[in-house]
Design a protein around this ligand. Structure first.
Ligand code: BTN
Length: 331
């Protein structure tokens, strides 16, 4: 058995949150006590919080609900049940990179997606690291071909942001908002981020891989390393949310949004964007490298560019290195 398989087996054993003695673990995985220690250490590196008590053994700080394709499928509305396909993976580098490999092979349909339990090289926008501890949050990537090429990509990520915001609202969370271009907030704290990777193809078409990181139950010891205000769905809801249930809801909302975007473009999302936009008609500061622009946010244009009004009129700003800050609030 390979090390990765043993780790999976160990996680399944510990997932119930109860104590398991080193001896019982060793027997069940057919490994020595020393190897049990090494495996436990590896789990800690993956962001799992463990207790070890002499005489009792090891236990997770809290039980985890592992993602299961069958459970996600069961919670999925009929329309998205069979196709497009999706996979649940355990530990990956980045779910975007895994989807990209399959897209390059040409073996997957539009909407094919991967959920990962943990990422060792999770990527955020502008080269930032995306903290991806095991079994706590959702790391989800979808393949979507762009027949007309990359110019539709900005609108695409805004449409997906709206899909996530609507999904969180349906869970009963108030004060959900979107921050241009790719973030979802609850009460001014980031709960989800979107990263779109693009690959141009001959004849003007492109592949897009839309990756979403959604905080469900971020372990406190991991959250301490995040350099901005954040929250997770569990802190915003009165009861624990099922990871498989949320995974199914997010997947079907995103697929519906992508289909709608393909049919009607960003026009289908303009009204929702105005409803969720956390900066609409507020004073904003735009930072583009060394350049800073001050003005009032006037929403987005038909392509998804940000509209900012200053003394010279309304200007459009596109993605890339642009970052947006309210002068007094979210960063
Ligand atoms: C951001 O807000 O900076 C975007 C974060 C995107 C993170 C997700 S997690 C799933 C997918 N795989 C990655 O490596 N990144 C995205």
């Amino acid at each position: 058995m390979k090390q990765a398989e043993r780790l999976d087996q160990l996680i399944r054993l510990l997932a119930n949150g109860e104590f398991h003695s080193g001896q019982a673990i060793g027997e069940s995985l057919s490994i020595s006590r020393a190897a049990v220690n090494q495996h436990i250490h590896k789990l800690e590196e993956l962001g799992l919080e463990l207790f070890s008590v002499t005489g009792r053994g090891y236990k997770l700080a809290r039980p985890i609900e592992l993602l299961q394709a069958a459970a996600i499928e069961e919670e999925t509305p009929t329309k998205w049940r069979k196709k497009p396909g999706f996979e649940v993976r355990s530990v990956v580098d980045s779910s975007n990179d895994q989807v990209k490999l399959l897209a390059q092979d040409g073996t997957v349909d539009a909407g094919f997606s991967i959920f990962a339990e943990a990422q060792t090289a999770g990527r955020g926008r502008r080269g930032k690291h995306w903290f991806s501890p095991f079994g706590s949050n959702l790391y989800f990537s979808v393949y979507w071909p762009l027949e007309d090429g990359i110019h539709g990509a900005m609108g695409l990520s805004l449409a997906v942001g709206i899909a996530l915001a609507e999904c969180f609202t349906e869970l009963g969370i108030e004060a959900v908002s979107v921050k241009w271009p790719n973030d979802v907030y609850i009460n001014g704290k980031k709960v989800a981020g979107i990263l779109v990777d693009l690959e141009t193809l001959p004849e003007g078409a492109a592949h897009s891989i839309i990756g979403m990181g959604i905080n469900l139950r971020m372990p406190e010891f991991v959250g301490r390393n995040i350099d901005q205000a954040w929250t997770d769905l569990n802190s915003e809801l009165p009861q624990l949310v099922s990871r498989n249930c949320i995974a199914a809801q997010v997947r079907s909302s995103v697929l519906s949004a992508l289909q709608q975007y393909e049919q009607y473009g960003l026009a289908a999302f303009q009204q929702s964007w105005r409803q969720y936009d956390c900066f609409l008609d507020k004073p904003v500061k735009l930072i583009m490298g060394q350049r800073v622009c001050l003005g009032t946010c006037r929403g987005i244009d038909e392509n998804g560019a940000l509209l900012v009004e200053d003394e010279h009129g309304v200007r459009r700003y596109f993605g890339g290195e642009v970052s947006l800050r309210a002068q007094d609030a979210i960063n």
